[in-house]
Write a protein that binds this ligand. Structure first.
Ligand SMILES: NC(=O)c1ccc[n+]([C@@H]2O[C@H](COP(=O)([O-])OP(=O)(O)OC[C@H]3O[C@@H](n4cnc5c(N)ncnc54)[C@H](O)[C@@H]3O)[C@@H](O)[C@H]2O)c1
Length: 392
């Protein structure tokens, strides 16, 4: 017997306004708990199932966050036959994002997946193929796109003319323990994806290449490199300079990082926490309407729920677009390893060849092979080629 979805009448129709989406959440770790709190507060969600490899952890997390009625299981497969759901929220570790998301998509459920989409661009391409094959939405929760001050900043940038350079300094000193302290390139893979993705939002163009230096300070408590310096080139000629560290105690920046943006008609700055500022060529302070959207994961979930309800196929973070942010990470890592400029095109070409070679599911390989050119399929403003017969 599936748990009841509050807000629905007995026949499943909305009692008042649109029915909340019945959510199965997979992953009940640290971020999983944040998601459970978020979903408890959302009028758009009711958690009907919670999955974790450790079901005791899941049971405790469900009880602590007001989801005591949710069914609990060790795997998504265990729950799919028992619980009726409208969507899956995937908050597992990055290495599990692909398997969990593809399983949900094949079960006919749209997925909101935590960042990073996957541990490789090649896997990300297969996930995009799975979304096309099933006709279901796969969206990545890039939660740092959802900040009211960022919306204000965008309003300021509209007044600065052409954007020539964007900089972000990121300095934190977190002691996470767990997977981040064991992974290679923890800063680039698990954190810088946020700032790289934000640079795309601010510059409004596609990244085309990067030089990156990655290193581990002698006092680092991470096994992989906790610090990096990277300069990206964008298609419109703009540069994005990122300077980051997860081993920088004292005078830390915000979690969004500290930003400056240089335009033809002036400059803007944002400390990632408070209202941004901007000044034009004549030294006049500029103003912009403050943003009002829900923030962070509440914002990404609201966008996801609206897209599921309306059938919008390309919300922010949609898998095809998000692959480009992941490609920025992989390009930065390759640049650091080979000590040379690496183009995004090189990363996409190699990942596409790898995806076709390694994909073990024939139907997904067919979708990948049907893409006319990987660069036409991936990115913010590209055309998605849908294979014949796909429901999308
Ligand atoms: N948006 C943000 O600001 C933000 C912040 C923190 C974490 N995250 C992301 O959230 C995700 C989870 O991070 P976390 O800190 O909660 O990690 P975590 O290690 O605390 O929790 C992950 C949980 O997933 C479970 N899990 C792993 N594989 C699974 C599978 N196949 N099926 C079911 N459960 C599985 C583990 O048992 C664990 O309980 C990561 O992708 C991370 O990058 C995002």
């Amino acid at each position: 017997m599936p748990p009841s979805a509050e807000g629905r009448s007995a026949d499943g129709t909305p009692a008042d306004g649109p029915a909340p989406l019945r959510i199965i959440q997979v992953g009940a770790g640290a971020m999983g708990r944040a998601w459970l709190h978020n979903l408890a507060e959302s009028p758009d969600a009711v958690v009907v199932g919670l999955v974790d490899l450790d079901p005791g952890l899941a049971r405790a997390a469900a009880a602590d966050t007001g989801h005591g009625n949710a069914a609990v299981a060790e795997s998504l497969d265990d729950l799919l036959g028992r619980v009726e759901a409208d969507a899956v929220v995937n908050v597992t570790v990055p290495a599990a994002h692909r398997a969990v998301s593809e399983r949900a998509l094949r079960a006919g459920l749209p997925v909101l997946c935590e960042k990073p989409l996957a541990d490789t661009v090649s896997s990300g391409l297969s996930m995009a193929a799975a979304a096309e094959l099933t006709g279901q939405l796969l969206m990545v929760s890039q939660s740092r796109r959802y900040w009211r001050h960022l919306d204000t900043l965008s309003g300021l940038l509209d007044q600065l003319g052409e954007i020539g350079a964007v900089g972000c300094t990121f300095r934190k000193a977190p002691r996470f323990g767990g997977f981040r302290e064991q992974m290679p390139y923890p800063l680039l893979i698990d954190m810088a994806i946020h700032q790289f993705d934000l640079a795309r939002v601010l510059i409004h163009a596609d990244p085309i290449a990067v030089y990156c230096d990655s290193y581990n300070p002698s006092w680092s408590w991470f096994r992989g490199d906790a610090s990096a310096e990277a300069v990206f080139e964008f298609a419109d000629g703009a540069r994005f300079a990122f300077s980051g560290s997860w081993c920088a105690p004292g005078l830390e920046t915000s979690w969004n990082g500290s930003w400056w943006i240089s335009g033809a008609n002036g400059t803007a700055t944002w400390d990632g926490e408070h209202a941004p500022a901007a000044e034009d060529t004549d030294g006049h302070r500029l103003g912009a309407e403050p943003g009002s959207r829900p923030e962070q994961i509440a914002g990404s979930f609201a966008e996801f729920a609206a897209a599921v309800r309306t059938g919008e196929t390309r919300p922010a973070g949609e898998v095809h677009s998000n692959v480009l942010s992941l490609a920025m990470v992989e390009a930065a890592i390759r640049s650091a390893e080979h000590r040379r400029r690496v183009s995004i095109a090189e990363i996409l070409d190699d990942a596409y060849a790898d995806a076709i070679r390694t994909e073990t599911e024939p139907d997904l390989r067919d979708v990948l092979a049907s893409w006319p050119f990987v660069h036409d399929v991936i990115g913010e403003h590209r055309t998605v080629s849908t294979p014949p017969g796909a429901a999308q």
